[in-house]
Design a protein around this ligand. Structure first.
Ligand code: CMP
Length: 143
């Protein structure tokens, strides 16, 4: 089953949006298989955002993502990588469609509420970066 990494960023946590965001993924039909309320260290932030190293916003990105607690999650289900990007909306919240998380709650790119993996490769990398295999649960077939 496909898995993806989703994280409520410090602005989303401070605005009490964890429940709303979890609810949107649950209502769509996805399963939460891992969750961690944590503060990201500077080395972890730099590794997570390595592809943006050298860009003008990199230092601000690292200081923002380490500025307060985040809620890191792994979600599972059919086409969850692509569909979660649609649930989340465009990176720049002013371009994100209303009805998406960023479209409903964000205004600026550097405080865009939530992160979601953008490909199979980044989902695998980000899940392994934030979670040990034994921190991910499996569901019983019949509940
Ligand atoms: P995210 O999906 O977490 O992935 C990389 C992040 O970099 C992105 O969300 C934005 O928060 C941030 N970002 C991308 N482009 C810019 C930009 N031009 N200025 C500031 N932050 C940016």
């Amino acid at each position: 089953m496909e898995q993806t990494f989703v994280m409520v960023k410090p602005d989303g946590v401070q605005r009490n949006l964890i429940g709303e965001i979890v609810s949107r993924f649950e209502q769509k039909g996805y399963q939460l298989i891992g969750a961690k309320f944590m503060q990201i260290s500077e080395p972890l932030a730099k590794t997570h955002y390595a592809e943006h190293q050298g860009k003008p916003f990199f230092d601000n990105l690292v200081s923002f993502i380490t500025s307060g607690p985040v809620f890191a999650m792994v979600w599972q289900g059919k086409d969850v990588i692509q569909v979660s990007r649609a649930i989340i909306g465009k990176t720049n919240p002013t371009e994100a469609t209303p009805g998406t998380i960023r479209g409903d709650y964000g205004i600026v790119t550097h405080k865009n509420i939530i992160h979601g993996s953008d490909s199979e490769e980044s989902a695998k990398r980000e899940i392994e970066l934030f979670f040990q295999q034994d921190e991910l649960v499996s569901y019983a077939k019949d509940v």
